[in-house]
Structure formats: C-alpha cells, structure tokens
Design a protein around this ligand. Structure first.
Ligand code: FAD
Ligand code: FES
Length: 477
C-alpha cells in the first residue's frame, strides 16, 4: 500500500557501497533523520557518508502525514507539571526552531516540496483540558490561543492553536537535500565496530557514527530496547472531502488526524502498540469515519507506519552510550519525527562539531536510570537464550482449521508456529520467536504481517523482515 508521497515522487537511485571509504561521519539510515543530520554536518564542513539499507526515505518517512509542527499533541500542561518549566520550554523551543529551519532551508534553496505555512490545532471534547493546555503553552512562550470554532466535520469543545507551523511533501524535500550528499542505497549496515561500519560489500571508517536507523539495532551498549516500544497508525487519502487550511489532531485516546494535501484530505488514526492488532479492522474503522464525516469522499490511497515511543515522551538524541563516545543516536520520535528529525540533526551537528547547544540536555539519552535499564536487559537476555530457527510439521487438522486469507499461531510437535493461509489455500509457515530478543510474534490481520509486541519488529507472511530492531527475517531464506 503506497502513500501519496511515494506515488508522486521518485528519488534518484544511488549506488550500492562496494568499497572501503573514509569519512568524518558515517550516518546509518537514509530517512528524514539520517539525511537531515548528514546535510547539517556537510553545511558545517564535516564530510558525512549515509548508508541506507533500502531506498532514501523508504522507511517510516515515506508513510508519514508530514505535518511540521512543535505542537506534539496535548503536551504542554503535562510536561510543565512533570518535567518543570525549563525542560518543557526547551523542548518546545527546540521543536519550533526546527520548524523555522525547514522554512529557511526551503526558502533559501528554493526547494519545490509544496511547503506551506499554516497553524496546527489539537482538538478536545473537554473545555478544561483545552484551557489548561492553552495556559501552559502561554507559560512556555508559545503564542497559542484557544479556538472554539474549527474546520473539523464534527463538533467539539474547541482546539488549542499553535501559529506559524508548516506542512509539505516529505519525499520531494528529502530528495532535494540528498542530491547534495554521498549516499549509498541497498547498503545495509551489518556490523558496527568502534569506528568502522560494515555492509555486505563494503565498509566505512569514520571518526563518528550516527545511528539514524529509526530503531537503533545495536543492543549493547545503549540498551535502547529497554526504553522504547513502537506504535502503528493508519492513514487514508480522501478525494472529494472538504479542504482544510489547518492541521488537526485529537487530544484523546481515539484521536483522529487531519490535514489537506492538494486534492486530498489525509485522515489518520487507529493507533495501537505494534503487535496488538490480531483482529484487524483499523482501515475499516477509518473508512467508517470517512463515510460519516465526508459522505461524498472516496479513498484514493491508504497506508500505515510506526514510530518509536519512549518511556517519558521525549526523543532520545545524543551520545549512544558512555562506553562509545563517538557513537550518536536519533530515535524515539513519538510520531513527531518531522520536527524531531530536524531537532536531532541540529543537536548532533553541534555535538559532533563541539558547539554549545542549549537544548541538548532535554533529549540526552543518558537521562534514564541505568539501574532500571540493566534489569530489563538481563530479563530480555534470559528470554533469548538458545534461540535457533526451527522447522515445523503442521498437523493436517490444524492447517484445515485456518480460514483462507488468515494467519494463526498453531501448536505443532516442534512447538508454536505461525501459519498464514493465502486465498488459494497455500500455507506459509514461520518461526514466531522474534529474532531480536525472543518475544512471541503476533499476527496482524490488517497488514498480513507477523509483529512483535515487545519492541515492534515486523515480518511479512513469508518471514521477510519489514521493520527493526530485528536485523534478520523469520522465514526459510
Ligand atoms: C502514521 C504516522 C503518521 C506520522 N505523521 C507525522 C507527522 O505528520 N509529522 C511528524 O512530525 N511526524 C509524523 N510521524 C512520525 C515520522 O513519520 C517519523 O518519526 C519519521 O519519519 C522517522 O524518521 P526516521 O528517519 O527516524 O526513520 P525512517 O524513515 O524509518 O528511516 C530510517 C532508515 O534507516 C534504514 N535502516 C534501518 N536499519 C538499517 C541498517 N542496518 N543499515 C542501513 N540502514 C538502515 C531504513 O531502511 C530507513 O530508511 C508519523 C508517524 C506515523 C506512524
Ligand atoms: S522486537 Fe525485540 S523481541 Fe521482538
């Protein structure tokens, strides 16, 4: 299922890395975070080489809704209460600086990526929530206002408005910046040593290494899997739905997201933890909402994506681990990776160049208690002991009980296996022990994939790896 971004933009292909190279910085991952970081470094005179496992922007970035905003849901009031005024203010300022940086780059480089300035809104049914959020935003220096009239197709108590935000076509932007960079595609990093990254056919020696691979895949040191899980959500591009000027998101549990792009209205929602969508129905529920709110509309495209969610709601940007002073990471973007990727690029550029940056501390990955992290790591290591790929003999009766087009976890003489039966009745079996750290995978009926509830790795019904942190598949290949 292709997003409207990938349908309408073809980024020029780059070569595979087939040699040994030296660079100032090796950036792992060619999504928004990796490309922006490499670009900011090059602007500062630091030579960066980007290594991308598949295609530029082909990870979560091509499936975003591409709102560029410092309004990350209803966060001002909570951050102010839990983190204090200084941290909350730094958080919002860093992200607003990121929004301004997008505008500056697009303006100065005259990039055709349909970037338009607009306001963003968080709507709610609860007037008190809106009042508190507007007040908190004001304390943090945002010129926010409480609006009781919205462009939404239903009534609500109102929305908190952040002025001066933006929206764009993410791949057109990314493609233009990547033209100026050294990028290798189809060049998955398989091993990282102190200053050396290896791919199947080449390697790069660099003074610093940046992990911008969405979920950092080196577990030790860093232990990032103990601090994050992943959440998926779904998007419809609707034709013949009313155009809106602002960008909207709901503040509650069943929040919907709205923005226009050309003739389309992008309607998003139905978020859930990755690995917890056994029965499916997410697209169906979004389609129901589309029919209810925009009866004339037609679905022109649909797609989904996932993002890394941290325990305290703040991304992890900075040094990877105390024992690896020249490794850096940018992850945990909480579904706000457009502004967060730019924040990361500016913070990492400054860190690597030895410049002061007033916002570094807010995002520093070392803010978590290492004692707690180590305990979770010990538990996980226990779970993964003795993990080897197995072949299963699926009993005939068990196979017959699976409906066509469905997947199921079944008992076999060798243990539990994952089986998918396609519409023609062909069976595809996989080992449902996640190769990352050994959790049991769950069937995702919506996307016909095997998803891990622990840290969000995903595999297609044949077992081919779709999303990390796992780095290998679970099929026969
Ligand atoms: C439905 C949805 C809507 C969203 N909408 C918005 C929005 O409107 N605004 C907003 O701010 N944010 C939004 N987000 C979040 C945003 O899309 C993401 O945070 C952002 O795209 C993440 O970018 P990234 O560069 O970190 O990851 P990715 O784009 O996934 O890039 C990581 C890259 O690393 C590569 N890689 C992985 N492993 C390796 C390896 N071993 N070697 C080499 N390369 C590797 C991958 O192939 C991939 O291309 C949304 C998220 C979701 C789920
Ligand atoms: S993603 Fe970590 S155990 Fe599956």
């Amino acid at each position: 299922m292709e997003s409207i971004w990938s349908k309408t933009c073809d980024i020029e292909k780059r070569p595979v890395l087939t040699e040994y190279l030296e660079a100032d910085v090796a950036v792992i991952g060619g999504g928004m975070a990796g490309i922006l970081t490499a670009w900011q470094l090059e602007q500062a005179g630091v030579h960066a080489v980007v290594l991308e496992a598949a295609r530029i922007g082909g990870g979560q970035t091509e499936n975003t809704t591409a709102k560029i905003t410092s309004q990350h849901g209803l966060f001002c009031h909570t951050f102010l209460e839990k983190k204090g005024e200084e941290t909350a203010r730094n958080y919002v300022q860093a992200n607003q600086a990121a929004v301004e940086e997008y505008k500056r780059i697009v303006r100065e480089k005259e990039i055709s990526c349909e970037l338009t300035g607009c306001d963003s809104y968080v709507y709610s049914e609860d007037p008190e929530t809106l009042r508190k959020e507007t007040e908190a935003a004001g304390k943090l220096g945002v010129g926010a206002s409480l609006e009781t009239r919205t462009e939404l197709p239903f009534s609500c108590a109102g929305a908190v408005r952040f002025p001066g935000q933006a929206q764009f076509h993410p791949l057109k932007f990314l493609g233009a910046l990547a033209e100026e960079l050294t990028v290798y595609e189809q060049s998955k990093v398989t091993q990282v040593e102190e200053h050396l990254v290896r791919t199947a056919k080449g390697s790069v020696k660099a003074n610093a290494i940046v992990f911008a691979a969405h979920f950092p895949f080196v577990d030790v040191p860093g232990l990032y899997f103990t601090r994050m899980h992943q959440e998926r959500s779904y998007v419809l591009a609707l034709e013949h739905a009313a155009e809106i000027r602002g960008m909207y998101i709901g503040g509650g549990q069943d929040a919907l997201s709205f923005r226009s792009y050309g003739p389309y209205l992008l309607l998003g929602g139905q978020g859930h933890r990755t690995g917890e969508n056994r029965e499916g129905g997410c697209y169906r529920k979004l389609e129901q909402a589309a029919r209810e709110f925009y009866p004339e509309s037609r679905v022109a495209a649909r797609w989904s994506a996932q993002d890394c969610m941290t325990a305290d709601g703040v991304p992890l940007i900075g040094p990877y681990a105390a024992s690896r002073p020249d490794w850096y990471v940018a992850t945990g973007f909480q579904k706000w990776g457009m502004s967060s990727a730019m924040t990361a690029a500016m913070l990492l550029r400054d860190k690597i160049c030895g410049r002061e940056n007033p916002w570094q501390q807010v995002f520093d990955p070392s803010r978590f208690s290492m004692e707690e992290v180590h305990q979770i790591a010990r538990d996980s290591a226990e779970a993964v002991k003795g993990l080897t790929r197995r072949f299963f003999h699926i009993p005939d009766k068990t196979a017959a009980a699976i409906a066509r087009g469905r997947g199921a976890v079944v008992d076999t003489p060798e243990g539990k296996a994952g089986v998918y039966k396609d519409e023609e009745g062909t069976l595809f079996q996989v080992d449902i022990v996640c190769p990352h750290l050994g959790c049991q995978l769950a069937w995702n009926q919506e996307e016909r994939s095997w998803d891990c509830p622990c840290h969000g790795s995903r595999f297609d019904y044949r077992g081919v790896l779709l999303d990390g942190p796992a780095q290998e598949g679970i099929g026969d290949e």
